[in-house]
Design a protein around this ligand. Sequence first.
Ligand code: PLP
Length: 408
Amino acid sequence: MITINEHYLKLQASYLFSDIAKRVAAFQKNNPDKDIIKLGIGDVTRALPPACIEAFHQAVDEMAVETSFHGYGPEQGYAFLREAIAKNDFQARGADISADEIFVSDGAKCDTGNIQEIFATDVKVAIPDPVYPVYLDTNVMAGRTGIFNDGRFQGLCYLDSTRENNFVPDLPTEPVDLIYLCFPNNPTGSSITKEQLKKWVNYAHDNKALILFDAAYEAFIRDESLPKSIFEIDGAKEVAIEFRSFSKNAGFTGTRCAYTVIPKECRAFDATGGKQALHPLWNRRHCTKFNGVSYPIQKAAAAVYSEAGKVQTRELTDYYLTNAALIRKEITALGFDSVGGDNSPYIWIDGRGRDSWEFFDMLLNKAGVVCTPGAGFGKCGQGYIRLSAFNSYQNVEKAMKRIKQALQ
Ligand code: PLP
């Protein structure tokens, strides 16, 4: 008899985006003349930078000629891309990361989801609340949790991100082994300082733990004192893995390219307590289950690091940050507390006692604006909504005017 992985039955159906879609469809049906402005989802809206498009086209042309055709490439990514990443994203910021410590992939979603495979099933996992749901669900699937009860999975250590800690979780009070951190954060938009991150690195050393650091939104950091990479922190190479993506800095959400950094020193332990390097383990996993990102896409990604690419990607993130600043300004003027929007495309807004869905319905029905209810990201998200800056400036301006009218 073929049986299933029972852990999948513990998963909570993700109603968040389908519930949003249902409510939006109902509103549209009852108000066919009203246009709706979507500030809900985390997908980018602007086109790929011209430098990437040009490199993409050239690479496709190379594929059309036998002498420059590329078949299977290295699973870890082409040297031209890994070297550009190491030089520009790390060495230029004083982080000593080399090209062979970088694994190119087709998304930070897959990497943050798959990485847990190389750890034992009985490790204690610490996950922020609210959270990007991939970290949570992949650990449920792997059997690292008990059942879902009262809004939380048993067996996990939840790291509460609240107004009290300025949306940067405190160190756990119980020992944990695997720690997920994401900064700038999705969904809260909060950022972490070097001093705060250093505390986590020290914790990982003291407790023989490992940090999985998701830096998918690092390109939005404008405050130069903030770390873009965990490897800017002394001692992090032994205790951290970092995830990056071309999705949000260069609009690759539909093109797909990302990378994971595992320094050679990065370690975990075997059942006898012996140190084991994680780089060869992930290399083995990656080469067994993944066959590389296509050549034209890696060429397009490498163009992010060309002189033109740097200017164009900066312009792209600046554009969204201008939207974010406008949202933050208007929402503050209306008397709401919020976080994010300065070094992040997300603004996390306290509904002043409103339930997340009540706030959602109010914005939809009175202003025709779609947000994301914070409760969909975890228990600590209740009472909040997330607004995203991924839209045109004109639409953001219009949305904020409508919200102002609706609330006054
Ligand atoms: N990590 C975080 C925190 C995200 O919010 C997202 C996408 O929204 C991803 C990773 C996924 O990135 P990618 O498009 O590279 O899969």
